[in-house]
Design a protein around this ligand. Structure first.
Ligand code: HEC
Length: 232
């Protein structure tokens, strides 16, 4: 990157960061408290989930049930791949009851657990039709991933991550206690400084090289070129 490009990029990112620092709190002030809480972490998630995670619950109940659901689902599929239909059917029955239990756990999400693809998988298993079974497995898998894409990151953000806005840290250079956000802005400024120094250092190296070229190499080249012209 050219020197001017580098500087404008650094200045731009600095301005952007500063603008964010200034504008975020003022924007939040204008929003109703309820909405602010949802923006803060995890977006608008069903309230029923609170009862399935600490501190209300002993552990991450919802997540543990999800892992159980995945175990019986993949167990069913692996029995199928081994052509062990009786165990696949037994695994499926377990999966089916876990699935219907989960569908009642968070009332707002009930519609995200459609029964039709699961019933179709059961029917295909009973019929023992391999092609139909695999089609049904894929449909059930689609139900899982549709909800994951929509909700998994928000749930992880709310229940799996701490609230970063409350974290303070000591800036090693000023000794001041600052917010995590402020420290990140400082860190970015320091890195931009390293980049700027490096750019200047590279320019110095080039200047010395250039002087070297002018002092020695260019003279030699010119002398030879003159000699060539003379010879012609
Ligand atoms: C209604 C939404 C919903 C449906 C439907 C759903 N899940 Fe989940 N699942 C979640 C959420 C939300 C999490 C994240 C929970 C957490 O991290 O605390 C999750 C987490 C998981 C995890 C743990 C992943 C990890 O890396 O932590 C597994 C495994 C899983 N789900 C399997 C399944 C399977 C298999 C199905 C379908 C048969 C399914 N889920 C259907 C919402 C859903």
């Amino acid at each position: 990157m050219k020197k001017s490009g580098f500087w404008s990029a650094s200045i731009f990112s600095f301005l952007l960061m500063t603008a964010l620092t200034v504008s975020l709190p003022s924007q939040q002030k204008e929003r109703p408290a309820e909405e602010q809480a949802t923006i803060k972490q995890g977006g608008s998630l069903p309230a029923a989930l609170d009862a399935l995670y600490p501190p209300k619950a002993q552990g991450p109940v919802f997540l543990i049930k999800m892992i159980g659901l995945a175990e019986s689902f993949s167990g069913t599929v692996s029995d199928l791949l081994e052509k062990d239909l009786p165990n696949a059917l037994a695994g499926f029955e377990k999966f089916r009851s876990q699935y219907s239990e989960l569908s009642g756990l968070v009332p707002e999400w009930k519609s995200l657990y459609p029964m039709a693809p699961v019933e179709e998988l059961g029917a295909a298993l009973k019929a023992g039709d391999q092609g139909r079974i695999m089609g049904a497995v894929e449909k059930v898998g689609g139900v899982c991933s549709a909800c994951h894409v929509e909700n998994m990151p928000r749930v992880q953000s709310r229940y799996g991550w701490p609230d970063f806005s409350g974290i303070k840290a000591k800036d090693p250079l000023t000794g001041e206690e600052v917010s995590l956000h402020q420290l990140m802005v400082f860190l970015d400024i320091s890195y931009s400084g390293v980049g700027a120094d490096l750019e200047r250092a590279l320019l110095r190296v080039e200047a010395e090289d250039l002087r070297g070229v002018l002092a020695g190499d260019l003279d030699e080249a010119l002398e030879r070129q003159l000699a060539l012209v003379d010879a012609l």
